[in-house]
Design a protein around this ligand. Structure first.
Ligand code: SF4
Ligand code: F3S
Ligand code: FES
Length: 266
């Protein structure tokens, strides 16, 4: 006799007729665009059989593999690490691979479209080059002189100072949710500032002032109007607006000194 399935985190066997184990039909309405055939983007409906535990990425795969192979979107890791599948789902920027069907209201269609503010290439794919150009401009790499005999030592407190901004996966969910970025494509955008923060507050780095001067530009940190869309959109839970505020303060007052008690000598 076959063994009864056991629900995760429970000692009880799963009921044979558990509704969550049955597929149901969900309607996705996807904003499609192909410059070869379309003058303007168009919304197209798809009915898909899904389980509650499926993700929007699974729904997109089912549509591509079973209904229309021309549907185009980016994805790689499928587990919230690579940052390639940010898109607008029901008007909110999210990662398709981290958005479960059971967390959406499936009594209505689910709207899926490309992120805003970057040039639309095809369907859910945008041109990320302007986003990465801003990222490159803030010099997102460690700049330190001298050659220590071993590693460059850092205290726990020194490391914690920039821990939050190390979590960025460059998905662009923040930058493409920012109303300032929508209206002024020249604005560096929150993701570039987050990645500048990661090095500005690193005790081993010696180029903080260079980055602060870059972000003191008219398209830099002062363009931020503290609307918090970026913090709400970040799938990594980074306090983006707080990081921007810290960079603004550092532009005005310089990189803060590390408390003497936290100093570690190399
Ligand atoms: Fe994505 Fe968050 Fe990084 Fe912005 S800060 S690019 S939303 S991970
Ligand atoms: Fe934009 Fe975030 Fe500032 S949404 S205005 S960068 S707080
Ligand atoms: Fe990599 Fe979603 S596919 S983050």
């Amino acid at each position: 006799m076959a063994e009864a399935a056991v629900l995760e985190g429970s000692n009880s066997p799963a009921p044979a007729d558990d509704a969550s184990l049955k597929p149901f039909t969900v309607t996705l309405i996807i904003r499609r665009f192909d410059s070869e055939f379309d003058d303007e983007p168009r919304w197209v409906d798809y009915d898909v059989e899904l389980f509650a535990t499926d993700r929007i990425l699974d729904a997109l795969h089912k549509i591509k593999w079973e209904q229309d192979g021309s549907l185009s979107f980016r994805r790689s890791c499928a587990h919230g690490v690579c940052g390639s599948d940010a898109m607008r789902i029901n008007g909110r920027n999210r990662l398709a691979c981290k958005t479960l069907i059971k967390d959406l209201d499936i009594s209505k269609p689910i709207y899926v479209e490309a992120i805003k503010g970057l040039p639309l290439e095809k369907d859910l794919i945008v041109d990320m080059e302007p986003f990465f150009a801003s990222y490159r401009e803030v010099q997102p790499f460690l700049q330190a002189s001298g050659k220590p005999e071993k590693e460059r030592i850092q205290s726990v407190a020194q490391r914690e100072r920039f821990d939050d901004t190390t979590k960025c996966i460059l998905c662009a969910a923040c930058t493409s949710s920012c109303p300032v970025f929508w209206t002024d494509g020249q604005y560096f955008g929150p993701a570039a500032i987050v990645n500048a923060h990661r090095f500005i507050f690193d005790s081993r780095d010696e180029a903080a002032q260079v980055r602060l001067d870059i972000l003191n530009d008219k398209e830099g940190v002062w363009r931020c109007r503290t609307t918090f869309n970026c913090s709400e959109a970040c799938p990594r839970g980074i306090e983006v607006t707080k990081a921007i505020a810290e960079v603004k303060a550092a532009v005005l007052r310089g990189k803060p000194d590390v408390p003497k008690s936290d100093l570690v000598s190399a």
